[in-house]
Write a protein that binds this ligand. Structure first.
Ligand code: 0O2
Length: 212
């Protein structure tokens, strides 16, 4: 970072992150209520854990550059939907759709887009369900809204995505073919494993019901 313009925009970016922190806090309250509901009123809580993060100004600047956009606070607000992000890890893929439906029925935010990479995995092998939520910040923040990206996946999918991200980062996006092929094979094996584990879980539930 050298020019005065870049330094000023970087400072603006940092200041704007407060609004994303607030949007994230609204979402996390709803999700922690959801967690409390499952723990209190349902026999099983499908949510294993929830992680949240705010992208650093450096990472925002890097993403804008990668997309060929100007490194400005305005461009970040306009073009990036994942400055604030939440990852919900569920035990089974079926739970993901249940949580998605609950999120859609909440009144604290609006779902503005969805991508089902469970049904339509990426060529890399990546599986997850993505949603972009729009959160209203209220009069204190001039009635502005901010977007938050939600990624829902199983523990197994998260295991894969974390390693794949690490490998891709190491090679700066130019992953050697043998590694991307290997990761694609692992993604399919993990998918098959997820399905088999779910069948065992269903079977045990059926046996339990018969015993009652
Ligand atoms: P990071 O470092 O995790 O934030 P976008 O890239 O967001 O402008 P796109 O491609 O339409 O737009 O978004 P998409 O497909 O919804 O993916 C956004 C995020 O999903 C990525 O953010 C990753 O976190 C994750 N993701 C998508 N595809 C893959 C994949 O093939 N492998 C892994 N490991 N993660 C993936 P970032 O900013 O790329 O990365």
């Amino acid at each position: 970072m050298n020019t005065r313009f870049e330094v000023e925009e970087f400072e603006k970016l940092k200041q704007n992150l407060v609004k994303y922190e607030c949007a994230l806090a609204v979402i996390m309250t709803e999700f922690s209520n959801l967690n409390a509901y499952y723990n209190a009123y349902e026999p099983v809580n499908p949510i294993e854990h929830i992680k949240k993060r705010i992208k650093s100004p450096e990472s925002i600047a890097g993403k804008l550059k990668k997309k060929g956009l100007p490194v400005t606070a305005e461009a970040a607000e306009q073009y990036l939907s994942d400055i604030a992000g939440v990852r919900i890890i569920c035990a089974y893929a079926k739970n993901i759709y249940e949580i998605v439906d609950i999120i859609k029925s909440q009144e604290g935010f609006k779902v503005i887009s969805e991508k089902d990479y469970l049904e339509h995995p990426k060529p890399s092998g990546y599986r997850s369900y993505h949603m972009i939520l729009e959160v209203y910040l209220g009069p204190l923040f001039n009635n502005e809204t901010r977007r938050v990206e939600i990624q829902l996946r199983t523990s197994a999918m998260d295991f894969w995505a974390t390693l794949e991200h690490k490998v891709r980062y190491k090679y700066g996006g130019e992953m050697p073919d043998h590694l991307s092929n290997e990761l694609q094979v692992c993604a399919e094996q993990i998918h098959a494993l997820d399905n088999r584990m779910y069948l065992i879980h269903e079977l045990v539930d059926m046996i339990n019901e018969e015993e009652i």
